[in-house]
Write a protein that binds this ligand. Structure first.
Ligand code: PEP
Ligand code: MG
Length: 819
């Protein structure tokens, strides 16, 4: 196949006449080492014998066969003449100079005749400024994007991708939706990879994981507007919940420790908790056999369009079903898949493959396989797991193109433990929890969409167990353990019975936790721990209270700022805080003042970019710098305090002066409004605040420990860092000793201590924190029933002993080992 590289293409040339144009193409061929200069006169001769003009402004000048000895190396050169040059009665704009030692030019001719039907596209090539477009059109493949780092446009900004699972389909689709209505070209760069922001495929191909710095740039009429929108939307998560930890997306459940005594055992990755006990069923995916049969390009294009339309319609139906059963969050997986089918870059690539003489099905498979391979190669397991979404879409469209039935559901007549190489999200959405007791896949990871769906469906799952599981004979008895990621084959009868008993016990435990969610978390020796929820919006309060939350231990007010394109006014904030107070109907509420900075950027505030944003103008420091933000917020909170109880908490306090100054601001506002006094507390999230805890305890009303930041600042590990974040465990003894120090200082002055960081909602974390003597745990709302139930089962004295042991450990792993 003839190669065409960017250096073989010259754009924006001008030529006085046909001879001048041929000489310029010949010069390009000489420059690239294809011919010696004499061959140029042979090319001119050839033109006299018969014109090389093809159609739509394309001519293919080449020499006479008898002068082939002047050709050193077969090759092509393209000269683009936007103005055109007269070629007999026609005007030529694209000259494809051919140097061929034998009959290779026939290959070019053959390819060209296939693509000549695309008159409009060819017309664009007359003036395009992209060599890649020309190369792709002529050869059918685009030069690898990695090789050509596209330059940033002049206007742009840097932003850190905050999404726990990186740039996956949902945020990519949201980006495309934000960009396409505008008249602007938007480019996003992650290191040396660039993506056109209107192409989902491109965006997924960036391989951007949480913490990746993206450079977003744009050009065109709406460039400034679209940049402003993206600057606001990307930090908000593009539809993802940013409060989820990167690895674990499940809600907190009590653990179950099961161990079979003998029999074959396979170790995979735990993807969805639960135990499944039943016979094995092997699910073989139907391999579609695609023959490369070239048909009439027009008819093939129509077939492709029909298949895409059908698939989109089906996906929207699946989406509706999933929305009904599992909620809109999970349904978006399928909406994103449907959006893939509209991706212009994808369609264009498929069509240009078809125009090279391939059938629609073969071309579609080829292009999708290439993308799947690219995703699998990325070193990010989360993004590599997204490859299965592409496979899912591929199978569906191929099914339609080949007139084969797309498999819907599993034809089962009894409950089984399903084993498959991998399950696509569509497969998983079809699983009937009454018949599929659990599933185990040979490949895949716990952050794949299938694993996320399994967790929502409550189906135990093990993934990435290796290919050997595919040869386990169907019908064998098995136990699948979604806690430890193990699959036991033919376990002895006693193990099957033990697993049944354990499972029943666990289900009862869950049920009891749920049933007792409104009971207090009182330990067996009578110590009561308050369990509250972290909630930011009044509309989420009823669900939290229904789940057993006793109040709101943390309202992150920065969310009001992050979700708006302007700083919310005093009045707007007053309404939001008042609604919160009213929704809680007398239950406790802690409102935290603005914690902007660090990873929380707000574009419209025009804050200066900092090299170390986590160590810079963040939280209370920013509030001191911007009284125009701080004072209206304090006024709004004090006004809302007249409608029900609330406390005020300041974030990122690192020195005593910080608190005294913040208190002065608050007291100033309060006396101005004539409002009643409210408790003023601080977040303990910086080591200096821990070391000064005694001094703080003398002046503040309460502490709430922010273990997310305290862990980050104690271990000096960026909480968003892709490699470090997983090691930054809030149960590290270094962090626990900080907490211990804080609690002791608080006790000395009879101060209340809560914990509102993520570790409070971890069953093991809750036990240790309670043992350290905290008064309250404020956790993600779905974790409330389990945390309460866990605490009710223990005695405080036991937990104190446990905490003392944890303090003496030297690693986080040892601490977790105690539990
Ligand atoms: C924390 O740091 O633990 C905390 C609760 O605050 P945020 O996560 O909002 O920084
Ligand atoms: Mg914090």
């Amino acid at each position: 196949m003839l190669q065409l590289k960017p250096e073989h293409v010259q754009l924006a040339a001008t030529a006085t006449d046909q001879t001048d144009a041929i000489q310029q193409v010949a010069a390009l061929l000489v420059q690239n080492g294809n011919i010696d200069p004499q061959y140029a006169s042979s090319m001119l001769e050839r033109e006299k014998t018969a014109t090389t003009y093809l159609a739509h402004g394309i001519a293919i000048p080449h020499g006479l066969p008898q002068q082939r000895h002047h050709v050193h190396k077969t090759g092509l050169a393209v000269l683009q003449i936007p103005e055109g040059v007269m070629w007999g009665p026609e005007k030529a704009h694209l000259l494809i100079g051919i140097a061929s030692q034998s009959d290779e030019h026939l290959e070019i001719l053959r390819r060209l005749t296939r693509v000549l039907g695309e008159a409009n596209k060819i017309k664009q090539l007359h003036t395009t400024s992209s060599k890649e477009d020309i190369i792709e059109f002529l050869t059918g493949s685009r030069p690898e994007p990695q090789e050509t780092v596209l330059p940033d446009f002049a206007e742009g900004f840097d932003v850190v991708l905050p999404n726990p699972t990186g740039m996956h389909a949902r945020p990519a689709r949201k980006l495309v939706e934000l960009v396409t209505p505008h008249e602007a070209e938007v480019r996003i760069r992650a290191g040396t990879r660039t993506a056109d922001a209107s192409s989902m495929m491109d965006l997924l191909g960036l391989g951007a994981s949480r913490g990746t710095v993206l450079h977003v740039s744009a050009q065109g009429k709406d460039a400034a507007k679209v940049l402003q929108i993206l600057k606001k939307e990307i930090p908000l998560g593009l539809g993802d919940d940013l409060t989820l930890p990167a690895q674990d997306q499940s809600t907190s459940h009590p653990a179950l420790h099961f161990q079979a005594s003998s029999g074959m055992q396979v170790q995979g990755l735990a993807a969805s908790v639960g135990l499944a006990i039943g016979e094995v069923y092997q699910h073989r995916t139907h391999q579609v056999n695609v023959q490369d049969t070239a048909g009439d390009p027009l008819a093939e294009t129509e077939k492709l369009q029909e298949a895409l339309d059908h698939s989109r319609k089906e996906l929207l139906e699946v989406m509706e079903g999933v929305r009904h059963r599992l909620g809109s969050g999970k349904a978006e997986i399928f909406q994103a898949q449907a959006a893939l089918l509209e991706d212009p870059a994808l369609i264009q690539q498929v069509v240009s493959t078809m125009l090279q003489g391939h059938g629609a099905a073969w071309a579609f498979q080829q292009v999708l396989d290439e993308r799947i391979l690219q995703l699998k190669k990325l070193d990010d397991p989360v993004l590599a797991a997204r490859a299965v979404d592409f496979s899912d879409v591929k199978e569906r469209v191929l099914g339609h193109l080949l007139g084969q039935q797309v498999q819907t559901g599993f034809k089962l007549d009894r409950p089984v433990v399903l084993i498959a190489e991998d399950l696509t999200p569509s497969d998983t959405a079809m699983l009937d929890p009454d018949l599929i007791l659990g599933f185990c896949t040979a490949v895949g990871g716990p952050t794949s969409h299938s694993a996320i769906l399994a967790r929502s469906l409550g189906i135990p799952a093990v993934v990435g167990a290796g290919r050997e599981v595919l040869s386990i004979p169907a019908g064998k008895a098995s136990i699948l353990d979604g806690f430890s990621g193990k699959l036991y084959i033919e376990p002895p009868e006693a193990d099957l019975e033990a697993a049944e008993t354990a499972l029943k016990g666990w289900q009862e435990e869950l049920e009891t936790a749920r049933a007792a969610r409104h009971q207090p978390a009182t330990t067996t020796d009578g110590v009561n721990i308050e369990v509250a929820a972290n909630v930011n919006r009044a509309s989420d309060v009823p669900a939290a209270l229904e789940g057993g939350a006793e109040g709101v231990g943390l309202m992150r007010t920065e969310f009001l700022f992050l979700e708006s394109d302007h700083a919310p006014s005093e009045e707007e904030q007053y309404q939001a805080y008042r609604q919160m107070v009213e929704a809680l109907n007398g239950k406790p509420l802690i409102i935290r003042t603005l914690d902007i900075g660090g990873d929380k950027e707000v574009a419209y505030l025009g804050l200066e970019k900092e090299d170390n944003s986590f160590l810079g103008m963040r939280g209370i420091r920013l509030c001191f710098q911007r009284p125009d933000l701080f004072l209206p917020q304090l006024r709004a909170i004090y006004r809302a305090s007249q409608h029900g109880p609330l406390k005020i908490m300041f974030p990122m306090v690192s020195t005593l002066e910080d608190f005294l100054k913040a208190r002065d601001y608050a007291e100033g506002v309060r006396s101005e409004l004539g409002a009643a006094r409210v408790d003023l507390g601080i977040m303990i999230e910086v080591p200096s605040a821990v070391m000064l805890a005694e001094e703080f305890a003398e002046v503040v009303d309460f502490f709430s420990i922010g273990t997310n930041d305290l862990t980050q600042y104690t271990l000096a590990m960026d909480r968003l860092h892709p490699q470090l974040a997983p090691q930054a465990d809030g149960l590290h003894p270094a962090v626990l000793r900080m907490i211990d120090h804080t609690v002791k200082a608080a006790r000395k002055h009879q101060r209340w201590v809560g914990v509102c960081g993520g570790i409070a909602g971890d069953v093991e974390g809750a036990l240790v924190l309670t043992g350290l003597g905290v008064n309250e745990l404020s956790v993600a709302a779905p974790a409330v029933p389990t945390i309460k139930a866990t605490l009710r089962e223990r005695s405080h004295a036991d937990l104190e002993r446990l905490a003392q042991k944890a303090l003496r450990c030297s690693t986080a792993r040892e601490v977790r080992g105690l539990l």
